[in-house]
Write a protein that binds this ligand. Structure first.
Ligand SMILES: [Ca+2]
Length: 186
């Protein structure tokens, strides 16, 4: 019975919008990093950012989260470090809310969610949304949810989700991210 229920839920989930490894529990055996995500860094200067999995307690249960740490000697340079993946199961003409839970240590600005809608050429952005920019007066020791709403326009071929932090002002700081979610809005 339990197996059947799991299978049914699996089918229901696959039909809607999905984020692969949204809870960061699946890890690559070689790198130790969560699977299903890509990790940005400056070419040849990967040492300026560190992506790691970290053990956390979220929603009263133990699990893995993803941390992004900007090097303490990071030069003043405009670069946003982010994890990203292309979302499946979204329908043009519909709107979605994308959210994640975050904690911060030593950051001056709130981590951000960015959603980009890209056309079939792969070069033109036809839609974009991001969670509000916000200065942080101190560390976020407990989980806070950030979110953004994206309307997916007709002509969208790829919906790319990015979650991360700008380097500017955040040298030496860490963002911890867990429980990414996407729901269709009515
Ligand atoms: Ca998790």
């Amino acid at each position: 019975m339990e197996i059947m229920l799991t299978m049914l839920l699996g089918v229901a989930t696959a039909a809607g919008p999905t984020v692969i490894n949204a809870d960061f529990e699946q890890k690559d055996v070689r790198t130790g990093l969560p699977t299903g995500w890509s990790y940005t860094s400056l070419p040849g200067r990967q040492h300026l950012v560190n992506y790691q999995t970290t053990q956390v307690t979220a929603a009263k249960k133990q699990g893995s989260a993803l941390s992004i740490t900007v090097a303490s000697d990071h030069p003043e340079q405009i670069v946003a470090y982010n994890i990203h993946q292309d979302l499946q199961g979204l329908t043009p003409g519909k709107a979605y809310r994308v959210s994640a839970r975050v904690c911060t240590k030593g950051l001056k600005t709130m981590p951000m969610i960015v959603v980009q809608c890209i056309d079939a050429s792969g070069r033109k952005f036809v839609g974009m949304a991001r969670s509000p920019q916000r200065d942080l007066p101190g560390d976020l020791d407990s989980w806070e949810q950030i979110h953004t709403d994206i309307f997916v326009p007709e002509g969208t071929s790829t919906v790319r989700l990015r979650i991360g932090i700008p380097a500017a002002g955040n040298a030496g700081g860490t963002a911890i991210i867990d429980d990414v979610d996407i729901v269709e809005m009515n």
